[in-house]
Design a protein around this ligand. Structure first.
Ligand code: SF4
Length: 288
C-alpha cells in the first residue's frame, strides 16, 4: 500500500505513468486482481455515486428530523440564478448536501472515504462531468487518484473522526476530491499532491462533534464546505500556487493534531457543537 505521496510523484517522474495508473497498479498488486477488473470495479463505484445523486428524495427526513431537503433548497436558489457563488460551485454544494443528507436518511451512498464524508468526492466529480466533456474513463481514473490520496492519508494518519476528528473525514475527502479535480484538468502527480495538501491544510484541526452522536449535524453541511474547499484548492494549484509544506508533511501534521485532540471532539458526541446547550437539548429530545 502506498504510504507517501512523494513515492507516487517519484514513480510518475521515473516511469512517466500518470498518478491514477500508479495507484491502480499498487492496488492490483495488493489485492491480486487484474487491472481491467480493478478498473471496472471503480467504474461501478462511479455509477453508485451517480445513482446516489439521481435517487435523491427531497421529501425524506432523517429519523431525528434534523436533516432533509437541504440539497433541494440550494438547487432551487441555483436554478433561480440567485446563488452568490454561481452555478457551478452551487451545483457542487447542492450535490454534496444531497448525498450527505441521503446518508443521514439511510439511503445508499458510497463511503469516500467514510459515510460521514460521502458527499465531497461525488459532488466535484459529477458537477465537473456536467460542465466539461470528460469521458467516463477519465472520471474513473480521477476516482483512482482520489482513492490513492485517501489511501496515503489512511496509512500515514487516519480516516475516521473517532481517531482524528473531522479533519480525517471531511479533510481527507476534500484532499481526495481536490487531487481528482486537478488530475481531470491535466495536473501532473506533483500538482495533484499539492492540491490535496492545500485542501487538507484548509481543514486541519476540524473537530468531530456530531450532535446526539448522529452523522447529521454538523456532518451534512460540512460535506458542502469540503467539496467547495476542494474546488478552490484545485484552482489554486492549477494557477501555479504551491503548498509551502510538502503534502506528506501536511498529512503528518493532521495525524499529530488528531492525536492531540481532546476525546470530547473525536466523535464522542460530548464536546464542540454536541456540547452546546442546544446540542445537548437535541440529544435529550432524541433520546426521549
Ligand atoms: S463531524 Fe464527525 S461524524 Fe460528522 S462528518 Fe465529521 S468526522 Fe464524520
Amino acid at each position: 500500500m502506498l504510504d507517501a505521496l512523494a513515492t507516487v510523484i517519484e514513480t510518475a517522474e521515473k516511469t512517466g505513468k500518470p498518478f491514477w495508473q500508479i495507484v491502480e497498479e499498487d492496488s492490483c498488486q495488493e489485492n491480486a486482481v487484474e487491472p481491467a477488473e480493478s478498473f471496472e470495479a471503480m467504474r461501478a463505484t462511479l455509477k453508485a455515486m451517480s445513482d446516489s445523486v439521481a435517487d435523491y428524495d427531497a421529501s425524506r427526513r432523517s429519523a431525528s428530523g434534523l436533516v432533509g431537503g437541504e440539497g433541494e433548497k440550494i438547487e432551487a436558489r441555483r436554478k433561480a440564478g440567485r446563488l452568490i457563488c454561481g452555478d457551478f460551485v452551487g451545483r457542487v454544494m447542492e450535490i454534496a448536501l444531497k448525498i450527505g443528507e441521503s446518508n443521514a436518511c439511510m439511503r445508499r451512498i458510497v463511503a469516500a472515504p467514510t459515510a460521514g464524508s460521502c458527499g465531497v468526492v461525488p459532488a466535484v466529480l459529477i458537477a465537473v462531468s456536467e460542465k466539461e466533456d470528460f469521458s467516463e474513463d477519465e472520471l474513473v481514473q480521477a476516482l483512482f487518484v482520489a482513492g490513492g490520496i485517501g489511501g496515503v492519508i489512511g496509512e500515514r494518519a487516519f480516516l475516521a473522526g473517532a481517531a482524528g476528528g473531522c479533519q480525517a473525514e471531511i479533510g481527507a475527502a476534500s484532499a481526495m476530491a481536490a487531487g481528482a479535480l486537478t488530475a481531470l484538468y491535466g495536473g501532473d502527480a506533483a500538482m495533484i499532491a499539492n492540491a490535496a495538501a492545500l485542501a487538507l491544510k484548509g481543514l486541519l484541526g476540524l473537530s468531530c462533534d456530531p450532535v446526539a452522536g448522529l452523522v447529521e449535524v454538523p456532518c451534512v453541511k460540512r460535506n458542502a464546505l469540503g467539496a467547495v474547499n476542494a474546488v478552490t484548492s484545485a484552482d489554486m494549484t492549477l494557477a501555479g500556487i504551491k503548498s509551502q509544506i510538502p503534502p506528506d508533511e501536511v498529512i503528518d501534521a493532521m495525524r499529530t493534531i488528531g492525536r492531540n485532540m481532546d476525546p470530547d471532539i473525536k466523535e464522542t458526541g460530548v464536546g464542540g457543537l454536541a456540547g452546546t446547550e442546544t446540542g445537548k437539548a437535541i440529544s435529550q429530545r432524541i433520546k426521549l
